[in-house]
Write a protein that binds this ligand. Structure first.
Ligand code: NAP
Ligand code: GDD
Length: 344
């Protein structure tokens, strides 16, 4: 059972679990337009027999709905990925963010506890929780959250651990650093840049407007991160893990790499500053120390910063009907000969 199934991570995780013969259920929010674009390629018509993907209407703010679904589905594993996941927006909607991202987790944990079923629970915790704690950060680094989003995630992280200790439930936190892909939402900085670079190349746009270029992030590749989520729920004993590449790069470096790869040269003539993209409090630098995941889960990322930029840009070129430079596609073929997800 996946919350946030139609999000970036949810879509890859669905493909991974289907490739492992799971029956997958997920909640989507009702909207007046279709919001399932990321999972349309794996959607299965419910009128056909033998399907393994089931979508239900639901919302993290509705405990009755969550209780009912968990009671009906009786899942073996819950991957709780649903969230208002945009840090900047959480400053505009702090109460909604807390209701969804903090209380939403509590609602699911209570539903699991009340079900008396041996359900394993994965909580999508975040490197944002470390905030201004100096890098590199690991499972022992104190949290110092710098946004309503991060505060809500700290609550979710702690309540997940608390249910594990108090009720002996199989609950784990994956403390994931930023992970990106061609399916990343277009308002997050990586996708905003790669999409804009492709549009500039195609002659559709002239400029991109950005905020703080000096912030540094530890950016990884989403398919590898959802593999970590799955492995985390297959441990013998529940435990929390940092999942990261261990490399950090600034937004400025991302710009340099993307414009160079696209053959546009210097990025400066194309980029303008817009203060609306600044945050009241910024997280300056995130670098994860994923030694524990390497040693205990045998998890190690293969795609790092430069490859990630290439993979994302090739996809954005293709989306506009442009011929991609092709290095990203070549890397994917070489590194993942048995790829289980659709290449966008
Ligand atoms: P995403 O693309 O924004 O997906 C979030 C999903 O949550 C969307 O499908 C969204 O539904 C759903 N959602 C939002 N509010 C909801 C509500 N009230 N009820 C039910 N569903 C709701 O985020 P992501 O990148 O896949 O991230 C997945 C999770 O990992 C999130 O919890 C995020 O905070 C966390 N995380 C992400 C990263 C990262 O770098 N990507 C790193 C650390 C942690 P709609 O499709 O209807 O909008
Ligand atoms: N979104 C955005 N838009 N960010 C910008 C922009 C812009 O125009 N210009 C500069 N930035 C900077 C932000 O200030 C931030 O320092 C950095 O780019 C990354 O911003 P995002 O891509 O929005 O990601 P995030 O790091 O704030 O949050 C993401 O990663 C977290 C894990 O660390 C989200 O996926 C969170 O849900 C996730 O928990």
């Amino acid at each position: 059972f996946i919350t946030g199934i139609a999000g970036q991570d949810g879509s890859y995780l669905t493909e991974l679990l289907l490739s492992k013969d799971y029956e997958v259920h997920g909640i989507i929010r009702w909207d007046s337009i279709f919001t399932t674009e990321r999972i349309d390629h794996v959607y299965q018509d419910p009128h056909v027999n033998g399907i393994r993907l089931f979508l239900h209407y639901g919302d993290l703010t509705d405990s009755g709905n969550l209780e009912k679904l968990i009671h009906q589905i009786k899942p073996d594993e819950i991957y709780h990925l649903g969230a208002m996941s945009h840090v900047r927006v959480s400053f505009d909607m702090p109460e909604y963010t807390a209701n969804t991202d903090a209380l939403g987790t509590l609602r699911i944990l209570e539903a699991i506890k009340n079900s008396d079923l041996p359900i394993k629970f994965y909580m999508a915790a975040s490197s944002e929780m470390f905030g201004s704690s100096p890098p590199p950060q690991n499972e022992h680094t104190p949290f110092h959250p710098r946004s309503p989003y991060a505060c809500a995630k700290v609550f979710s992280h702690d309540i997940t651990r608390m249910y594990r200790e108090a009720y002996n439930m199989f609950c784990v936190n994956g403390i994931l650093y930023n992970h990106e892909s061609p399916r990343r939402g277009a308002t997050f900085v990586t996708k905003k840049i790669t999409r804009a670079v492709a549009r500039i190349k195609a002659g559709l746009d002239k400029k991109i407007y950005l905020g703080n270029l000096e912030a540094k992030r530890d950016w990884g590749f989403t398919p590898e991160y959802v593999e970590a989520m799955h492995v985390l729920l297959q441990q013998e004993k529940p435990d929390d893990f940092v999942v990261a590449t261990g490399e950090t790069h600034s937004v400025r470096e991302f710009l340099e790499e993307a414009f160079q790869y696209a053959g546009l040269g210097d990025w400066k003539p194309y980029v303008e500053f817009d203060a609306r993209y600044l945050r009241p409090a910024e997280v300056e630098v995130l670098v994860g120390d994923a030694t524990k995941a390497k040693e205990k889960l045998n998890w190690q990322p293969k795609i790092k910063f430069k490859e990630l930029v290439r993979v994302m840009l090739d996809a954005d070129f293709r989306a506009l009907g442009l011929t991609p430079p092709g290095e990203g596609d070549r890397i994917l073929k070489e590194v993942f000969p048995n790829r289980w997800w659709k290449n966008d």
